[in-house]
Design a protein around this ligand. Structure first.
Ligand SMILES: *Cc1c(COP(=O)(O)O)cnc(C)c1O
Length: 393
């Protein structure tokens, strides 16, 4: 028997990513493949870099997508900036800070962990104590939007503090880019990475990164070669750099880059501030519905991410059964808890193109009917009106 073509079901993606892909982006993917050194392609690459500079709010020349998912963008920042023996303070308040520690150690650095409770923002006083205790620190790393818990941290203040202690900073903006205010130049961030599949509404597999002149200075003055040939910025820039002379480094994922270009054109059309405002408005509507039902958020109000809503699973409710029913009966995907929060929370994403009124309506309606059906102790018949009131405001 011949295997037939794969035709995925049509789902609504309201988890921690990938999020719903905009139809214009899927269409862009199917445009004709051309050579990765074709002059037309190079023009597209230059536009893509400018669009990324807009999304990141930076003039950094070294702003481009790494040809691999967000985790590779993370790795790119660490392997380039961390030299063997470097001390790096990692602020951890969820899963992704733990991965940063791994990256520091695999790059030959020494990680000093500053740990906060999962579900809380990074505590700036703890970072200050760690910087005082470790005056030889070279780099401070932090996650802006902790997708594992739904908490956002005050990157602007944390970076300012790190700079006052003479440190470079690495910031994870995988879930924040395009969804919540982020200003790379104004906040003086040195190295930042994101992902295509969260608030940019693009397909997974690309990681936008940006490096400041201070960061590049450190890379240029390294005593040892970057341990990863593929990630070495000095080599990657031969392909992504400015000027007409582009050298082959690796074959770019041509069509995927069309898709990211389209995603960023859509973001530019909407306007960055408008996109941030839309995420906030839709978060408030989802929150109104969930809270009316009786569900509670794990993150305190001021630190909540609008694009990632972590709520406690009601007592006695079977996590997997609920998520399976949402998927099978409503084609709706919401996220499970990760790491220490596995089985305890659901993570409902309102990222990018998924942050729309009809998705909130579907999620609130489906969740209420499944939970009610399973006999969960929730308030019935009040969530949709609460959500509608919030949307009308
Ligand atoms: C999703 C995510 C990543 C990893 O991105 P991948 O594309 O899955 O490799 C890293 N950091 C944060 C905060 C994320 O949400």
């Amino acid at each position: 028997m011949l295997t037939r073509s794969f035709n995925p079901p049509v789902r609504t993606l309201m988890g921690p990513g990938p999020s719903d892909v905009h139809p214009r982006i899927l269409e862009a993917l199917s445009r004709p493949t051309i050579g990765h050194l074709d002059p037309a392609f190079i023009t597209m690459m230059d536009e893509l870099k400018e669009l990324l500079q807009y999304a990141f709010q930076t003039r950094n020349i070294m702003t481009m997508p790494v040809s691999a998912p967000g985790s590779a963008g993370m790795e790119s920042c660490f392997v380039n900036l961390v030299e063997p023996g470097d001390k790096v303070i990692v602020c951890q308040n969820g899963v992704f800070g733990g991965r940063m520690k791994e990256n520091v150690e695999r790059s030959g650095g020494f990680a000093v962990m500053v740990e906060d409770t999962w579900g809380e923002a990074i505590n700036i006083d703890k970072l200050e104590d760690a910087l005082k205790d470790n005056p030889d620190t070279k780099i401070v790393a932090m996650v802006h939007a902790e997708t594992s818990t739904g908490a956002q941290s005050d990157v602007s203040s944390l970076v300012k503090l790190a700079r006052a202690h003479g440190c470079l900073t690495i910031v994870d903006a995988v879930t924040s880019l395009g969804g919540t205010p982020l200003k790379v130049d104004e906040w003086e961030i040195d190295a930042i990475y994101s992902g295509s599949q969260k608030c940019l509404s693009c397909t997974p597999g690309l990681s936008p990164v940006s490096f400041s002149e201070r960061a590049l200075e450190k890379v240029r003055n390294r005593q040892t070669k970057v341990q990863s040939w593929f990630m070495d910025l000095n080599l990657v820039m031969g392909y992504w750099g400015t000027g007409a002379k582009r050298a082959y480094h690796h074959t770019a994922p041509i069509n995927a880059l069309y898709a990211l270009h389209e995603a960023l054109v859509i973001l530019q059309e909407e306007g960055l501030e408008n996109a941030w405002a839309r995420h906030q408005k839709n978060h408030l509507a989802l929150r109104a519905g969930l809270e009316a039902m009786g569900l509670t958020f794990i993150v305190k109000e001021d630190d909540r991410l609008p694009q990632l809503n972590a709520v406690t699973i009601p007592a006695g409710v079977d996590d997997v059964a609920v998520r399976n029913r949402l998927l099978n009966e409503y084609n709706l995907e919401i996220g499970a808890g990760l790491g220490a929060l596995a089985g305890k929370v659901w993570r409902i994403g309102l990222m990018g193109h998924a942050s729309r009124a009809e998705n909130i309506l579907l999620c609130i309606g489906a969740l209420e009917s499944v939970l009610g059906d399973l006999g969960a102790d929730i308030n019935r018949g009040v969530a949709l009106p609460a959500m509608q009131r919030a949307l009308a405001e």
